[in-house]
Design a protein around this ligand. Sequence first.
Ligand code: SAH
Ligand code: SF4
Ligand code: F3S
Length: 442
Amino acid sequence: MITTIKSNINFFIKTFGCQMNEADSEKLKALLIHNGFNYSDNFNDADIIIMNTCSVREKAEKTAFQYLNQFRSHKRDNPEKIIAFGGCIGQEKKKELLKKFPGLDLVFGTESLLKVPSLLEEIRKKRRRIYDTEWDKENRIINENIPWVKNGKITGFVPISRGCNNFCSYCIVPFTRGEEKNRPFISVMEDVEDAVRNGIREITLLGQNVNSYYDGDKSFRDLVGALNKIDGLKRIRFMTSHPRDLSEEDIQMMNKCAKVCEHFHLPLQSASNRILELMNRGYTLEEYDKKIRYIKRLKPHTIVTTDIIIGFPGETEKDFEDTLNYVKKTEFDSAFTFMYSKRPNTKASELEDTVPESVKKRRLQDVIDLQEKISRCINEKYLDKKENVLVEGICKNEKLKLFGKTRTGKAVIFSGSDELVGQEVDLKIINTGPHTLAGEII
Ligand code: SAH
Ligand code: SF4
Ligand code: F3S
């Protein structure tokens, strides 16, 4: 699959958006390195500037265009540079971007990743402007095994499926990433084995809805069960679990596999059944709550994190209070909270945006403040406790300070020698905050 085009060209990648985009950028980076390009972490030194973008909310789009304009003005003084723009906005807006932004050389879509090296070569040789945003409508599976690059990283993302069939009414992802496609079981296994050979000790399996993964007769549970047996791999995480599709059997299996960490990311979005229905989420609050209680009953120290949207069209003060009360009662370890953003093509974009901006802002702040309090209290319970931490690296500015994560995903900093990177160590927690813990080696 990989053709080596030798060059001494430097490239830089700026990534926006979710873990799927981060995974794609890592893959693209490895692919370009295998093709003889050199990675640079500073765009000033790069011959090729690549943007991997996100359109999930309007703000994410705005930020991407601010960067694009910055790179375009940099190009005015360096006209030989190439600017490539890909990911979800590339897919959404396609060739329109080339018309709108002189100076932009390449627009690539969410299924064009593997073609990027050859597209860049074509641009360099022929000085043409190109867009490539076609989707493969025939194949329901995806092949994307790119050899990992040894770069000292301990944790890595492994997409197991792409796209989404759920069409939650607010969400643009089904339009930017297309229908759900699963990766073959065997390619995921080979990919993770290769990751481990290259130093990765913890993987996070990615999909918009990991529980719906299948390949022939193999399910998500079969995949996790098989990955759990890979020598050298220490930890397995996964996201996102869809509250409709996460089954009791899934929860039991995750608990059985020793390498699977005690963490479910289970986006709630809203605790009002009326809003959940308008969102087309496919579950009620009662069904959601039953799953959380089952998770906690089987392994009480398992943590649950969530996503919440504030100000969905029609959200009343009562709907919002329901969400706030449910957050209070459930005590999520952390929550990503978003202000509703109207997105093109989505069903919800046809609904009247009834909640004034000032009300959305106040509601968002209320839920952020509440969650901060809860996270702080939960983390305080870690004080003086023993925790097993996978050491991920050395903190940039603090000498001798290592960082890692507990199995429950809490970030911990502590003193220790560089050689511990990649190993699991037992720490005593000596300080806590809402986002980070501090520890010392036992
Ligand atoms: N597939 C995952 C995550 C998708 S995007 C899931 O179903 O949970 C991540 C989060 O962004 C979503 O969970 C949702 O909370 C938020 N989000 C998506 N579209 C949004 C929109 N239009 N406005 C505000 N938040 C949005
Ligand atoms: Fe978007 Fe819903 Fe799919 Fe998640 S499950 S990506 S929120 S459509
Ligand atoms: Fe991810 Fe943003 Fe695309 S959240 S899937 S990069 S729209």
